[in-house]
Design a protein around this ligand. Sequence first.
Ligand SMILES: [Mg+2]
Length: 274
Amino acid sequence: MLKGVQGVICDWAGTMVDFGSLSPVAAFKEAFERYGFEVSFEEIRTFMGMLKFEHTKAILALAKERFLKQFGRYPTEEDARAIYHSFEPALFDSLAHYSKPIRGAVQFAEVLKQRGIQLGSTTGYTCSMMEVVTHEAAKEGYRPDCYVSPSAYLPGRPHPFMIYKNAIELEIYPLSSIIKIGDTISDIHEGLNAGCWSIGVAMSGNELGLSYEEMEALPKELLSEKCALARKRLYDAGAHYVIDGIWEALPLLEIINEKIIQGEKPCLIGFARV
Ligand SMILES: [Mg+2]
């Protein structure tokens, strides 16, 4: 008989910690403001999940016509570097404050451990940012078996290499027995590009983009409208399943586990998206 799920690889901000993925958004807003160039929260959130320097360049590329109007030229790599230079300290200032586990994250990790399923993780944060995040999350009881950051030698999302590295470190295979869970479009593409089951979280992360308090304060109808849109964006990106948050992951684990045992593989809707 085939074995079921061998591993789950979770994103960090907006998926397991930092409800609403607020920390990087606030830091980007501040860094662009310091450079004298206004960007919207929506522009920032479009590229969430990528390595943060790549993310800076992507925002500038998106807003390049506005940049041209303001500065009389298109943005360059130098501009991106200068903005990123103030992004890093702004992020470090807020990172510890935004690293609390999201409801259900610690319990989900415990169940995986009891069942002998490995828990890996990938992120758009650099190694030094992750030192802060993992330290704070561990204080609250969340400690995955492995985490991988993008670097000069390991391209980040939407490439699949961070998932491959998790698989190697955790000694798990095949990739079709691994579930990837994340809150952004680039998370979904990363999972698909790796040949894993790719799951989106709609409510706790970047796609809804609200703090827990802001979400609670929304009128019920407006909230369900916004959630439906967030779900649609993740499904349109190719997600096999979308849940509200990690607190809903256990029933899904059972469903996918059964499919794997029956020999089913994740279909490659939208594979090789870069
Ligand atoms: Mg995230």
